[in-house]
Design a protein around this ligand. Structure first.
Ligand SMILES: [Fe+2]
Length: 445
């Protein structure tokens, strides 16, 4: 029986297909190159290789982009008719759950495969990504920790589990261990952009610019080339420069690294672009025509109501571009989604929609409403996914709404919280000063 690079049974008798599949596994774990092309090469060698179809379906569904629906359906159909072992079959079912909007069920299936087959790094990665989109913070940490039992530290695969564990530890607030695990993983494979990212999050959460900027900037030659994830690590570097107040560097990174091709049809890039431009807008920075260019990209997904986290970022782009009618169209689609059952319905109802309304209120100058709506859901906002660093845009928007609306105590409260978490952060210091000045001004009036 042929086995994949981690020692899991492969559902093919073609050695050439397994070789191509193993290449795909390498690309997937480091978010490099074109893993779909590598899987297609494996399937060219053996079109009945069910494991390759399951991997393909899993990769497509976890991109959270409705545009991949047809390719996903093709993979699911072909996979169901191919040779499947028990593990492949469960993975394929997990992808099917995702494709049909049962994100939690799909993620749980991926995780069960990883639990039962702790050397299945691919299943673990799909579960990990699923946890990220669902905001399952403990599981982000614990499923990789469970899988570590099956690997010696010298074995192929171990470092990627370390990298996943590092990110989970960070999201659970265990920054010290996250930093150690992430750095160990990067030492073993410096191409591992996910492990680099875990440490970048540690630095972001600590507001540690002096460690965070060189951590990303000095290692980029190793994690950035040919990476499908590099834009997000560049986004993190941009956040640190924004914290420092170096707007020129933020815009340079945005133009050259986060959005090097403004027409690029990669939804996850649009998320980071929206998130960065919105932060700049809050800070009063003139971002030129960048919002307008980005809003054109979001047009095709603005009414997808596929994943609430994405919808909020579409709203940010539309509002920033002054396209109120498009923001309203997305809001309408979200209101319809909120009435649905299913996981996105829940995420939209509980988190996405109130936040979208809050951001629209901000743009309309209804700052009190904005603060109230964000404050009412901020404590459960992880339920619509993303990381603490990404969801920080909620706290920032609430704080800026309080500043603009003249709610001095509210602004000071948000600013104090920020400074307590990030005592080294110049940005936190600037916001705290602005809030204090507002209170002093109010007191004098
Ligand atoms: Fe991140």
């Amino acid at each position: 029986m042929l086995k994949d690079r981690y020692g899991n049974a492969a559902s093919t008798k073609s050695e050439a297909a397994v070789a191509r599949y193993n290449e795909a596994l390498d690309l997937i774990r480091v978010y490099r190159g074109d893993p779909i092309a590598a899987l297609d090469a494996a399937l060219e060698e053996d079109p009945e290789f069910g494991g390759a179809w399951a991997a393909r379906a899993g990769l497509l569904v976890t991109a959270t982009d409705k545009a991949y629906g047809e390719e996903t359906a093709k993979s699911l159909r072909a996979g169901a008719a191919a040779n499947l072992n028990e593990r492949d079959s469960a993975l394929l079912k997990g992808a099917q759950d995702w494709a049909e909007g049962r994100y939690a069920d799909g993620t749980a299936r991926f995780a069960r495969v990883a639990q039962e087959n702790p050397r299945d790094v691919l299943a673990l990665q799909y579960a990990h990504v699923g946890c990220f989109f669902l905001g399952l913070q403990s599981e982000l940490r614990d499923w990789p920790l469970q899988a570590m039992r099956a690997f010696k530290s010298s074995e192929d695969g171990y470092s990627y589990i370390l990298g996943m564990a590092a990110f989970g530890l960070e999201e659970c607030g265990d920054y010290a261990r996250a930093d150690i695990y992430g750095r160990q993983a990067v030492e073993i494979d410096p191409r591992d952009g996910w492990a680099v990212h875990a440490v970048a999050h540690v630095n972001e959460m600590r507001g540690d610019l002096d460690t965070g900027i060189p951590w990303l900037a000095d290692s980029a030659h190793q994690w950035a080339p040919d990476s499908g994830f590099a834009y997000h690590n560049w986004w993190h570097l941009g956040l640190l420069y924004l914290d420092r107040g170096d707007i020129a560097e933020v815009l340079k990174l945005f133009d050259e690294k986060v959005r090097p091709n403004p027409d690029q049809q990669v939804l996850m890039e649009w998320l980071d672009a929206s998130a960065m431009l919105w932060r700049l807008k809050l800070e009063g920075v003139d971002t030129g025509d960048r919002f307008a260019t980005l809003a054109v990209c979001w047009e095709r997904a603005g009414e997808d109501a596929f994943y609430a986290f994405n919808d909020l970022h579409a709203i940010m782009a539309f509002l920033g571009a002054g396209r109120m009618a498009d923001a309203e169209r997305t809001l309408k689609a979200m209101r319809q989604a909120a009435a649905d059952g299913g996981d996105n319905g829940y995420m939209t109802r509980k988190v996405g929609l109130p936040l979208a309304e809050a951001f629209v209120a901000f743009e309309a100058g209804r700052y009190g409403e904005c603060v109230e709506k964000i404050a009412s859901v901020r404590g459960i906002a992880q339920r619509f996914g993303g990381s603490h660093a990404q969801r920080d845009v909620l706290s920032l928007t609430a704080l800026h709404a309080a500043l603009r609306g003249g709610f001095a105590q509210t602004a000071e409260a948000f600013a104090a919280e920020r400074l307590a978490h990030k005592p080294q952060s110049p940005w936190a210091g600037r916001l705290a000063r602005q809030a204090r000045e507002l209170r002093v001004k109010e007191h004098a009036a």
